[in-house]
Design a protein around this ligand. Structure first.
Ligand code: ASP
Length: 339
C-alpha cells in the first residue's frame, strides 16, 4: 500500500513570525518522525510540496487545479492520497476536488490542523495519523475530509468552528467514519453522475449576495453590477427573501432574463431549499431562480465554479444545480442534463 501526500500549506505547517503565522515548518521531517516505528515505512510514502505553500485563505480555483494536477501526476504510483491543507477553505477545496475527481478511482483524504505541528497541544498528530489510517483502511472512498475524529464526505462538509478541534461537520449527511478502538464505519449512500475528463478549474465571476433584514434593492443591484456569470443568493431558511422590499426581486428577475443563473442556498448550515414554499420565495421562484437543495454553501460555490469551468452558462448551468455530480446533494434526479 502506497500513500502520496500533497502538502499545500495551512496552519499545520506554520511558524510564528512578527507578521503572524506563515508556512515554514519542516513538514517532510515531521512526517518521517511521525511514522517512524509504526507499521508505515518511509518507502511507502511519497511527498510533494506545492510551491508556493499558502494560507488557504489565499486559495483560488487555480490552487484547486494545482492540487488536482499533483494528485493525477502521482495517480499510478500510489493507492491512496492525502492532502494537507489549511482549514479556512478546506471544505471548498474538498468540494472542488469531489466534482473534478469522480474518475480518479482511489481515495483522497484532506486534513490539516487548528494548531501547528510540533506544539504539544496541537491536533496535527491526531489528524494526520487519522488520515493515514483512513488511507490504509481500504474503506475510504472518493474525496473525504478527516478532522477531529471524523471522516466526512468531501462534498458535504463545512467548517463550523474557528477554534474547536472538531472544526468541521457534515450537516446533511452522517460521517463516513468515527475514530475509536476500532473505528466505526457507516454505510455511504452517495450517488452522482460523475464528470469524465473535466476541463481544469478557471476563475469566474460569481457574485455571492447575502440577505439581511433591511437590505435595499439598490444595495443588491450594486452587488451584481456589472452582471456576473452567476449569482449565489444566501437566503433565509428554505429559500425566503425580503420580497416586500420594493424592486428587490426585480433585480434577480432581470439577471435571470439576461440568462445569468440565480442559485438560492440557505444561511442555515442544515437546510433543504424549497424555493416558493413560502410567499416570500414565490416571486423569485416564478422568475426562474434555482434552489441548491441540501448542498452546503461551499459545495454550491465550488459546483458553480466547476460548471462555469466546463463552459456551461445560464439555464444550462442552472439545470445542473439540482442534479448530483459527486454526491453533493440528496436527490432522486439522476437523469442526465449534460449537453
Ligand atoms: N489560515 C489557516 C489556513 O487556512 C487556518 C488553518 O489552517 O487552520 O491556511
Amino acid at each position: 500500500m502506497k500513500i502520496h501526500i500533497t502538502y499545500t500549506g495551512g496552519t499545520i505547517g506554520m511558524i510564528s513570525t512578527p507578521h503572524g503565522l506563515t508556512p515554514g515548518a519542516d513538514m517532510r521531517g515531521w512526517l518521517n518522525r511521525l511514522i517512524e516505528g509504526t507499521q508505515v515505512s518511509q518507502e511507502q510514502v511519497s511527498f510533494t510540496e506545492l510551491n508556493p505553500l499558502i494560507d488557504s485563505s489565499n486559495a483560488t480555483p487555480e490552487s484547486w487545479q494545482a492540487i488536482i494536477d499533483d494528485l493525477w501526476a502521482a495517480h499510478d504510483e500510489s493507492d491512496a492520497f492525502i492532502v494537507l491543507h489549511g482549514t479556512d477553505t478546506m471544505s471548498y477545496t474538498a468540494a472542488a476536488l469531489s466534482f473534478a475527481m469522480t474518475e480518479f478511482g482511489k481515495p483522497i483524504i484532506l486534513t490539516g490542523s487548528q494548531l501547528p505541528l510540533g506544539l504539544i497541544e496541537s491536533d496535527a498528530t491526531a489528524n494526520v495519523t487519522g488520515a493515514i489510517n483512513a488511507a490504509l483502511s481500504m474503506e475510504a472512498q472518493g474525496v473525504t475530509l478527516f478532522f477531529g475524529h471524523h471522516l466526512f464526505s468531501g462534498s458535504r462538509v463545512t467548517k463550523n468552528s474557528s477554534w474547536a478541534f472538531e472544526a468541521f461537520k457534515s450537516p446533511s449527511m452522517s460521517p463516513h467514519a468515527l475514530t475509536g478502538a476500532p473505528w466505526r464505519w457507516f454505510p455511504v449512500t452517495q450517488t452522482g453522475e460523475g464528470w469524465p475528463k473535466p476541463n481544469p478549474y478557471t476563475r469566474h465571476d460569481v457574485a455571492v449576495v447575502d440577505m439581511v433584514p433591511g437590505i435595499s434593492a439598490a444595495r443588491v443591484k450594486a452587488a451584481v453590477t456589472p452582471e456576473p456569470e452567476a449569482v449565489i443568493l444566501r437566503s433565509y431558511g428554505v429559500g425566503n427573501i425580503p420580497a416586500n422590499e420594493p424592486g428587490l426581486v426585480d433585480v434577480f428577475a432581470k439577471l435571470i432574463e439576461h440568462d445569468v443563473p440565480v442559485i438560492i442556498c440557505s444561511q442555515c448550515q442544515q437546510a433543504v431549499v424549497l424555493v416558493g414554499h413560502y410567499e416570500t420565495g414565490d416571486a423569485i421562484a416564478q422568475a426562474g431562480a434555482v434552489g441548491a437543495e441540501d448542498m452546503t454553501f461551499e459545495a454550491t460555490y465550488a459546483k458553480t465554479m466547476f460548471l462555469l469551468s466546463q463552459g456551461l452558462k445560464g439555464k444550462k448551468l442552472a439545470a445542473w444545480i439540482p442534479h448530483p455530480i459527486a454526491g453533493e446533494l440528496t436527490s432522486t434526479k439522476l437523469t442526465s442534463t449534460k449537453q
